[in-house]
Design a protein around this ligand. Structure first.
Ligand code: COA
Length: 355
């Protein structure tokens, strides 16, 4: 074979393709279609940000109304999904969501329409899965913004202020160029598999604790700390054992994750005297002293969702319900200029074994 290129393990710093959807600029800001994500969360709704990611530009008034209408027309749990949820009654909501999506009936509609249809249903898929798994009645969704409706579907409460904060986090979770789940989705899409298969791949990949699953693990250790000293001791022990601390480190952000810092600032606004926030900062500082790895979005997002009254079971699914709009954009972008993604490997097994 000729022209072989050996790349670093984990494809570290390898540019595998072009994208016009998102990037991190030289100052470390996450950009969505050229706009800073942290500016979008201050000035735009979740629906506007989703439109921007999917269609490449901010919507005008008519486009906004049409897009919101399109999302609304797809709200609700279809019969097929209801059956899957009722049979599974699965408490692990990512397992449930992955199964519902993989069983989603294939319709010969435009892939774009099918993807928006599925994305719009994620909040209710997640809510119904949780409720049936816990023997609860399903909730009747409220009217309102995407975030208000989702906040109610998660908590059963109508709280526009908390929903606004949830919307902020959902925008920050929406897109991050070739992260693991999106790249996996693009690999599946590159084989010309349908959107349902591609979303299933992405959900399966997001579930892992080194990716989206991290946000569901943070409170597990965090809730046990009674003081900052205990938290610092935990960090020291983990580092001494060579173990990772969930919510730290990032492939792109080696010094600072701007999304994490933004969420931390919001936390100071929402709950300035919170003990959990003081402990979080002590953990963050100690991790920097010991390993020089920054807190990532998941670290502060977990604390933020806790303060917003969102049960831990919803953390990774909520990430999925946001990132799904990024997946829609990447599916389209991959197919617009497709070549099957099929790398090579260096064989290190035996040759010429005799039977
Ligand atoms: N806790 C302790 N040390 C960590 C760490 C963590 N969470 N994340 C990275 N490090 C250390 C590594 O041990 C390594 O140190 P070394 O050079 O002394 O061996 C160094 O930082 C580089 O880390 P590496 O694992 O090579 O980075 P990566 O780019 O391959 O992996 C992650 C990135 C996100 C997978 C990794 O940081 C991680 O596992 N984090 C915890 C899970 C998490 O929070 N995931 C959500 C990501 S948004």
């Amino acid at each position: 074979m000729t022209d072989e290129i050996t790349v670093p393990k984990g494809l570290v710093n390898v540019i595998v393709d072009k994208t016009a959807i998102a990037t991190t600029d030289n100052s470390g800001n996450l950009l969505y279609r050229g706009y800073r994500a942290v500016d979008l969360v201050e000035k735009k709704s979740f629906e506007d940000a989703a439109y921007l990611i999917v269609y490449g530009k901010l919507p005008g008034q008519r486009e906004r109304e049409e897009f919101i209408g399109k999302l609304r027309s797809n709200f609700g749990v279809d019969e097929n999904a209801r059956e899957v949820i009722s049979i599974l009654k699965e408490k692990d909501l990512m397992r449930s969501l992955r199964s519902i999506v993989s069983f989603y009936p294939y319709k010969h509609t435009e892939p774009d329409d099918l993807m928006i249809e599925m994305a719009a249903k994620f909040p209710e898929f997640i809510s119904l899965s949780y409720r049936l798994a816990h023997g609860l009645e399903s909730l009747k969704p409220i009217e309102g913004t995407y975030a208000e409706r989702f906040y109610h579907l998660i908590t059963g409460k109508s709280d526009p202020q908390k929903a606004k904060y949830l919307g902020i986090l959902m925008i920050l979770y929406m897109e991050h160029e070739f992260n693991a789940s999106t790249f996996a989705l693009r690999v599946t899409a590159s084989t010309l598999a349908d959107p349902i298969s591609s979303f299933t791949t992405a959900l399966a990949t997001l579930k892992g604790p080194l990716h989206g699953g991290a946000n569901a693990e943070i409170l597990d250790f965090f809730k046990n700390f009674k003081s900052t000293d205990e938290a610092v001791k935990y960090v020291d022990e983990q580092v001494a054992k060579g173990e990772k601390v969930m919510g730290f480190g990032h492939r792109i952000y080696k010094r600072l994750d701007p999304r994490a810092q933004f969420v931390k600032a919001k936390l100071k606004e929402i709950a300035p005297d919170s003990r959990i926030l003081q402990i979080a900062e002590a953990v963050e500082n100690r991790m920097w002293e010991k390993k020089s790895v920054p807190a990532n979005l998941d670290f502060y997002a977990a604390i933020y969702m806790d303060i917003l009254g969102i049960p831990q079971d919803f953390y990774t699914p909520l990430f999925a319900a946001s990132r799904v709009f990024g997946w829609v954009a990447h599916y389209k972008e991959q197919l617009a200029d497709n070549r099957i993604i099929r790398p090579s490997s260096k064989y290190v097994g035996p040759f010429d074994l005799k039977l």
